[in-house]
Design a protein around this ligand. Structure first.
Ligand code: URA
Length: 209
């Protein structure tokens, strides 16, 4: 069973308050999403394997540790997931970046894949899928399926804010996927917005409306 981790570090919670606030403008919103993504990446990389190396400090020989070359991939779901990419690459600059995009079929209301581009060595990488808002979970679940169907074996999902409905969908459909959140909110409203949420993450990131 995958983990559901709400990252309650005070810096994440503090910055999330400003992200949520309707008074926060596009520039500040984008910067804050970037900063929170970096802070979340710190936690999401906690289980990276280390190997011991021998070095010389100015004082004497020492055994120390380096990350043991695990291959990582970051996959934003278009378009709002793009706002989280740079913040993560600050901590794991060697990660490759894939992209997935979905539109909603007007009749079935189900997500339909329109764009998928992943690194070629999918099977060897651990992937972090990025979606700021885990609302119904439809596109996050579709993104996980898109990666699995192309051979991905290890997938984590990172979101800023989630609704219980989205978390349930992922845990039922992809029980092995760990979910990292900055907040688990109360509900979804009739328009599909997370409550209290932060509004439309894509519009607030890119200044569209
Ligand atoms: N997508 C958003 O950007 N915001 C929500 O509240 C739900 C889905």
């Amino acid at each position: 069973m995958g983990k559901i981790l709400v990252l309650d570090h005070p810096l994440i919670q503090h910055k999330l308050t400003f992200i949520r606030n309707v008074e926060t403008g596009t520039k500040e919103f984008r910067e804050l999403v970037d900063e929170v993504s970096t802070l979340m990446a710190f936690e999401i990389t906690r289980d990276l394997p280390l190997r011991e190396v021998q070095i010389n400090t100015p004082v004497r020989e020492a055994k120390s540790f380096v990350i043991s070359g695990k291959k990582l991939g970051v996959v934003p779901i278009l378009r709002a997931g793009l706002g989280m990419v740079e913040g993560i690459l600050k901590l794991i600059p060697a990660a490759k970046v894939g992209h997935v995009g979905f539109y909603r079929d007007p009749e079935t209301l189900k997500p339909v894949e329109y764009y998928v581009k992943l690194p070629s060595d999918v099977e060897e990488r651990e992937f972090i899928i990025l979606d700021p808002m885990l609302a119904t979970g439809g596109s996050a679940s579709a993104a996980i399926k898109a990666l699995k169907s192309r051979g991905a074996k290890q997938i984590k999902l990172m979101c800023l804010v989630a609704a219980p409905e989205g978390v349930s969908k992922i845990t039922v459909e992809h029980p092995e996927v760990d979910i990292y959140l900055a907040a688990l909110d109360e509900s979804l409203n009739e328009k599909g917005y997370i409550v209290p949420g932060l509004g439309d993450a894509g519009d607030r990131l890119f200044g569209t409306k």
